[in-house]
Ligand binder design. Sequence first.
Ligand SMILES: *[C@@H]1O[C@H](CO)[C@@H](O)[C@H](O)[C@H]1NC(C)=O
Ligand SMILES: *[C@@H]1O[C@H](CO)[C@@H](O)[C@H](O)[C@H]1NC(C)=O
Length: 330
Amino acid sequence: MIAFYWGFGMVWFVGFLSSNLPSTSHAQSCFSCTGICHSEPCNCQMGLCSSEMCFIERKPTEIKGSFRITKGCIENPARTQEICDFDHFPDHLQCVCRGHNCNDHIYLLHQSFQYRKNITCRKCSERDPDCGDTCYGHWCHEDSATGASGCGYGPPSLPFFHKGPELFYHTSKICVTMSRGSGVPRRHCICNRPYCNHAKQAYRNAQPPSPHDLPFRQCYNCDVNAQEAAITASCKQNRCIGHYCTFARHQQLLPNGQQITSEKQGCMNVSMSSQIQLGCAKKWLRGEFVEESCACNNYDLCNRDVYTAATSQRNPFRLFILFCLIRNFF
Ligand SMILES: *[C@@H]1O[C@H](CO)[C@@H](O)[C@H](O)[C@H]1NC(C)=O
Ligand SMILES: *[C@@H]1O[C@H](CO)[C@@H](O)[C@H](O)[C@H]1NC(C)=O
């Protein structure tokens, strides 16, 4: 009997380490809480939410030496590996895991960091884009609109892309141009060679070619902030053109029960199409917030709302099975 339990424990542990193995757990809940800590161990274990996948995040707060820990539920996470790792910044950690209350605490698996090389990148602020400063990180980034540049840590990340080492398998530099709402389009690039993020304007504008087999789509281009009934923008007439339509929504629940919603619909042009996270990713903490982010490209205006963005990208094979199942019922 003891041998059986031990064996089962090992299977679960290996399953946690490797996202490629099928999950052995059918339980459906995650810890869902947030708190500020001034010392280790930094943890919270109060509420629950239900989902097959859970997250934990730890970020510094404005008060020096203190951290905010946040736990909750996640669906279709951008992370391709179910491990704890840096989340863009050296002091932000994020863990994603699958299984009953698996977001118990932060597991730092040092193996994954050991094989990652540090590279030197340019590091300048918007105010002084041509400064001579550098940093050491896992990848470099640049924002071509502002000239800001710096180092990224953990899995390489770009908005609406999968976050994983696969991002740099076929190319060493990826750029996206995003238009959301009324602002001018912004270009972000990430790359993984020393000094690959350019400071000088002339290099910043040299863009990797875009994939020629991708059709352009017309998308809703809108930025709405709403608190209860007070909607501050209405822009259903505005359109933009891009390889992908995007939709991002953040809903915050205030202690008085009111809800603040921010919605951004827009377009995205890309230099590489293989690692886009199609459909919607969702992250939530019960009674606190819901964050959704979607990308779609199979018809014009597919970013109307979360539902159309998610369903327009459903796997046709899965829909076919669903259709057969439903037909058998009647
Ligand atoms: C990479 O750089 C970070 C930050 O400077 C440092 O803490 C870490 O030890 C370095 N890792 C390697 C393998 O050089
Ligand atoms: C994407 O590229 C097309 C064609 O060059 C252009 O018309 C469109 O405005 C671009 N969209 C964004 C978001 O940059």
